[in-house]
Ligand binder design. Structure first.
Ligand code: H2U
Ligand code: ZN
Length: 363
């Protein structure tokens, strides 16, 4: 160990942290948090929405852009994306393009799959944070049944469930909804996680994220909230300011394998973490979230541990967003506040939604 290593202080000294789940690195610059901000200020989103919007393509009974009509659904509703990025039929696998001398410079694989949209609620004006636990439980059950149904297909080797929330994240519509993309090849991020988890299991004989959660529980400073079956923490290697990971306590490889009481606990902790997020800047907190579970290729992936990632872009207020530009695009991702500081901020938040408190005061 050098002299510098002896005096290393994670809240003061720039350092790199390795993402054990992907093998990527993040640069942490904790000394920069006092720097002034003179860049873009996002306009806070207008928050008062109607329970039903006749022009919304996701509301019950309305017509969608593709010409189809939504049923008068009362809980959740799943439909095939009218503008799907993947198509179920067609060629699949390596393609030979007319570049015989440069095959390795123009590598192409034909891809097939299915894209679906999942409405979380018939209510246009709610979010996961504002839905009740019973309604969120219905969303959990649909996530599980979609992964099960699509994953059973011979041509589907990975089912990616995700939610893109808020205009700032490019979400096209405030109506609470998520998406499901299921395809033949395992996408880039879960493929990296597969490699790292497999290598860790080969070296240690235990699943990477099971050991990781045990170590985080012992340390405690990155844990945000927990219940009987689940833990929410800011990962050691977090890139986004208030990024969190949601992990089951039990070793479970995929969402459909969750028991009834684990699903119940999941619905409850989803409401709690999204409420804390909303309370952080008193705004309907934008994020991209999604589930990572084992590939559905029928092979043995017992080294996998199910988990969800939440990647919110907001940095210091409802209007100041973190951009992944410059050094991040060309060098590597970088963050200012440490994962420990972010976890501490999220721990301080109330679990009573700020809108509920405001309504009380207004009346
Ligand atoms: P966001 O999750 O980014 O808001 O996307 C919503 C999806 O809904 C988007 O992929 C689809 C878009 O293709 N969509 C339909 O399938 N039908 C419509 O009538 C409009 C939007
Ligand atoms: Zn709607």
């Amino acid at each position: 160990m050098t002299e510098a290593a002896h005096s290393f202080e994670p809240t003061e000294h720039p350092h790199r942290r390795r993402n054990a789940l992907t093998g990527d690195w993040v640069l942490v610059s904790p000394h920069r948090t006092k720097r002034p901000w003179q860049g873009q200020v996002e306009k806070a989103a207008v928050e008062k929405l109607p329970a039903y919007d006749p022009k919304c393509y996701l509301c019950p009974g309305n017509a969608r852009a593709g010409g189809n009509q939504n049923p008068a659904y009362t809980s959740t509703f799943v439909f095939d994306n009218d503008f799907a990025a993947l198509l179920p039929d067609g060629p699949r696998g390596p393609v030979r393009l007319p570049h015989p001398a440069h095959d390795d410079l123009f590598v192409t694989e034909a891809e097939t799959g299915t894209c679906r949209v999942l409405c979380f609620s018939p209510r246009h004006d709610l979010t996961l944070a504002e839905m009740d636990v019973a309604a969120i439980r219905c969303v959990v059950d649909v996530w599980a049944s979609q992964i099960e149904e699509l994953g059973a297909r011979e041509s589907i080797n990975y089912v990616q469930v995700f939610e893109n929330r808020g205009a700032i994240m490019g979400s096209s519509n405030p109506h609470p909804h998520g998406q499901i993309w299921a395809n033949y090849t395992v996408p880039l991020v879960p493929a990296k996680e597969d490699v790292q988890q497999q290598a860790y299991y080969a070296a240690h004989g235990t699943p990477l994220l099971v050991d990781y959660l045990a170590a985080e529980s012992a340390a405690g400073d990155r844990i945000v909230i927990e219940n009987e079956h689940w833990v929410v923490l800011v990962p050691y290697w977090a890139v986004w300011p208030f990024e969190v990971m949601l992990l089951p306590r039990r070793h479970v490889a995929a969402l459909p394998d969750l028991t009834g009481s684990e699903r119940e606990g999941l619905a409850s902790i989803l409401k709690r973490i999204t409420t804390r997020y909303d309370n952080l800047f008193e705004t309907s907190f934008p994020y991209s979230m999604g589930w990572h579970g084992q590939p559905t290729d029928g092979l043995d992936h017992s080294y996998w541990q199910l988990h969800a990632h939440f990647y919110p872009p907001l940095l210091r207020s409802a209007t100041v967003k973190k951009f992944m530009v410059g050094y991040e695009m060309l060098g590597m991702p970088q963050r200012d506040i440490t994962a420990e500081q972010a976890a501490s901020r999220l721990r301080e938040m109330s679990e009573r939604h700020y809108k509920e408190i405001k309504e009380k005061i207004d009346n």
